[in-house]
Design a protein around this ligand. Structure first.
Ligand code: ADP
Length: 474
């Protein structure tokens, strides 16, 4: 159940629960601490008040009374003389009542919220709790000391409600302030979470609209930043880049294949229609069949080349790497190719003898054959082709150099793409040499499978150089 909740809700719930927990603990602590602080505080105040007030009382005989009479103090008749109570004596302050009582609990002076019976005696000099008419009080008494003051007590009474009054107002504030703060922080937490997760929703929406609407050119745009969501959006965008490029390639590939197959198919159909329409001489039939055969072979070649490349790409064409004598492999292919060609070109060889390197001879010979046959195809009639093979710095370098038509700079980066032809008219469609622009794609695929790379340099009108490098050792 909780697993189905969104991260946003989970964070908010956890945040709220911890806030409620913290607020609960805080309120408990505040209550416990303040209760103990206030009760200690009121008891201390009570003792101090009683002690101070006890200092303000003095016994005077009649003679002394005359001398003191001018002051603002209070005088009470007591025994054979008088009690002088200084005007600093406080009856009531901060919820504490102070009074003067005799040993029979009669109130002589001051104020007291409680009336005690004659026989109610308290542990003197100790603060004690007392319940009076349903109210809770603290009581503290101390005897007066001095001549003629025996039997007199200063009594302090503090209402416990006064103490808890402040406490309860603190609690009252705490009970709404703390939950309000908790609510506020939960709300802020929710807003912050919502804000922080907004990019996630943008990413989801963008990703859905891209996949749902099949529009791979769309990208996720987030406000500038360096947080996790920007990184996520970047990797999504990179993924969409790659997907778009690969879809584009696939689309291009399909249209190129269809295009390449359409021409021979239409030639075959035209030949058939023409031959079926009217009677022809056996020679004419033969000629038509030859055209059909040529186009059929072309289609077969194209299909098998495509199959071969796609098998290579999918890793279904197992690579049988073995120590292979590349010197003799290249020399043999050179001999083969020079025999096939009839354009009066000279093939020069600069081959390091006995060069052995790890390679799949079946596949690598396709690389060499393709590059040399291209040099013958696009070389200058009567010109030169140089084939070099050498090992240097742990790499085997095969170089095929011609002095033919060359390739313009804008085409160079694309010639290794499948079906890319600089100018299809450079080799006539009907010639046996006509290719479909797949040769160099295959060269690159095989070279890369060998852990190497292929490079082309060319100057239009002067010639081209193709360089293949593969590791000389495993
Ligand atoms: P194709 O079947 O057309 O020869 P490739 O993949 O072998 O296909 O070559 C792709 C294109 O690169 C060719 O159409 C050609 O225009 C150009 N090319 C390849 N090799 C050479 C070369 N040695 N000199 C000039 N152009 C070349």
């Amino acid at each position: 159940m909780i697993r189905n909740l969104s991260i946003k809700k989970k964070i908010t719930i956890w945040f709220s629960l911890s806030m409620i927990f913290i607020v609960g603990i805080m309120m408990g602590l505040i209550f416990a601490i303040s209760q103990s602080v206030f009760s200690t505080d009121i008891q201390t105040q009570l003792v101090n008040q009683v002690n101070t007030n006890a200092e303000e009382i003095e016994y005077l005989n009649s003679l002394e009374l005359k001398e003191e009479y001018e002051t603002g103090d209070h005088f009470l008749e007591f025994e054979n003389g008088y009690l002088e109570i200084d005007d600093d004596f406080c009856h009531y302050v901060n919820g504490i009542y102070t009074c003067l009582v005799d040993s029979e609990n009669n109130l002589i002076y001051g104020e007291s919220p409680i009336r005690l019976t004659r026989d109610q005696v308290f542990t003197h000099l100790k603060v004690e709790p007392l319940k009076y008419q349903g109210e809770s009080y603290y009581i503290f008494e101390r005897p007066l000391q001095g001549d003629n003051l025996d039997g007199l007590w200063v009594r302090g009474v503090a209402s416990r409600r006064e103490g808890t009054h402040l406490l309860s107002s603190i609690m009252r504030y705490a009970t709404w302030l703390l939950p309000a703060l908790a609510l506020f922080s939960v709300l802020m937490g929710y807003l912050i979470t919502r804000r922080s997760f907004a990019p996630a929703e943008q990413i989801i929406a963008a990703a859905e609209s891209i996949t749902g609407g099949n529009d791979l050119s769309r990208r996720i745009t987030l406000p500038d930043g360096r947080n996790e969501f920007n990184t996520l959006a970047d990797s999504y965008n990179r993924m969409f880049d790659r997907l778009e490029a690969s879809f584009q390639r696939e689309k291009q590939f399909t249209s190129d294949v269809s295009h390449e197959l359409r021409t021979p198919a239409s030639v075959i159909l035209t030949q058939c229609e023409f031959s079926l329409e009217m009677d022809q001489t056996p020679e004419e039939y033969r000629e038509a069949l030859e055209v059909i055969q040529q186009q059929g072979l072309k289609m077969k070649d194209l299909i098998s080349q495509l199959l071969f490349i796609s098998r290579l790409e999918q890793g279904r064409e197992p690579l049988q790497i073995a120590a292979c004598n590349l010197s003799s492999l290249v020399t043999e292919i050179c001999a083969e190719q020079s025999q096939i060609s009839d354009r009066g070109m000279t093939l020069l060889q600069n081959i390091q003898p006995g060069l052995i390197a790890p390679a799949d001879p079946r596949l690598f010979s396709r690389v060499v054959t393709n590059l040399i046959s291209n040099a013958y195809k696009y070389g200058r009639p009567g010109g030169h082709i140089t084939v070099s093979l050498a090992e240097a710095d742990g790499l085997v370098r095969l170089q095929i150099c011609d002095d033919g038509i060359g390739i313009a700079a804008e085409h160079l980066p694309k010639i290794f793409d499948r079906f890319y032809q600089v100018d299809a008219a450079r080799t006539s469609d009907d010639s046996a040499e006509a290719g479909a622009g797949l040769g160099l794609a295959m060269v690159r695929e095989i070279t890369e499978l060998h852990g190497g790379q292929v490079r082309a340099e060319s100057t239009p009108g002067e010639g081209s150089t193709f360089t293949v490098t593969i590791p000389a050792h495993l």
